[in-house]
Design a protein around this ligand. Structure first.
Ligand code: CDP
Ligand code: CDP
Length: 225
């Protein structure tokens, strides 16, 4: 296997990116970098400090002064200015706010710098929206995961139920569709498959099946596998 392999996994909300990326990182002993957690940490901090999301300059200034650390151990805790925000950044409020701050070019610039630093540490599986198109344009494998909107909403709804958050399935689907729309329409690094990405529709597929398919894609690429 090639040294310092870079695998980019992009796609809309609930497509299974982080579940699949973590499993592949474990199997291939690579770092896993959850770029969405970084955007979520900035949105969480803005909400906490009562900075109106529309104030781009204030949000950008705050992002530049924010320290974000992603733990690489199994627990994968996320720290924002030294504070453990792992659970807090998954709240529906943060999910509703994050795509607003993710559209700000200078917020992205700051976080992409951190993401590329992480990739500089060694082989990596990175998931997000613009990994194949912008963050790691020379990644060895680019996968764009999708699934029907209904299935993605159901997956996220089940997850929220399990963590005690009682939202209706309809509410979750509407929130997700609004966020995906925002992510697809923004001017900078919108959610779009890279021209050299492999598009995998995961509707009806189990996690293990998807992981095996991606591992096979790697094995069958002679220059890396
Ligand atoms: O887990 P889920 O797919 O719901 O979202 P996430 O990966 O945690 O990302 C949260 C949000 O951060 C996305 O909806 C985007 O607005 C933003 N994001 C981004 O713009 N670029 C990335 N590389 C990763 C996330
Ligand atoms: O990161 P992203 O928002 O793309 O999705 P995720 O957080 O990895 O997956 C959302 C939920 O769907 C998790 O609870 C996964 O266990 C579940 N999932 C699933 O049931 N079947 C899949 N093929 C992929 C994910």
């Amino acid at each position: 296997m090639k040294k310092n392999l870079q695998i980019a996994i992009d796609g809309p909300a609930g497509a299974g990116k982080s579940t699949i990326a973590k499993a592949i990182a474990k199997r291939l002993e690579l770092f896993y970098v959850d770029t969405g957690a970084m955007y979520r940490a900035i949105a969480y901090k803005a909400l906490n400090l009562n900075i109106p999301l529309k104030q781009e300059e204030d949000i950008t200034r705050m992002a530049r002064q924010t320290d974000i650390t992603l733990e690489h151990s199994e627990a994968r805790r996320v720290f924002c200015d030294g504070l453990d925000v792992t659970e807090a950044i998954r709240s529906p409020e943060v999910s509703r706010s994050v795509s607003v701050i993710a559209a700000y070019p200078e917020v992205r610039e700051r976080l992409v710098e951190l993401q590329r630093q992480e990739a500089g540490r060694g082989g990596v599986v990175m998931d997000g929206r613009d990994i194949g198109t912008y963050v790691l344009p020379d990644a060895d494998l680019k996968v764009f995961l999708t699934a029907s909107s209904e299935e993605r909403a159901k997956r996220r709804w089940l997850e929220l139920q399990q963590s005690g958050k009682r939202l209706s399935l309809d509410e979750v689907q509407k929130d997700m569709e609004a966020r995906d729309h925002h992510d697809q329409q923004r001017a900078v690094s919108p959610l779009v498959p890279a021209s050299d990405a492999i598009i995998l529709d995961t509707t009806g597929l189990q996690v293990e099946e998807i992981v095996e398919r991606i591992l096979n894609l790697i094995k069958n690429k002679p220059e890396i596998g």
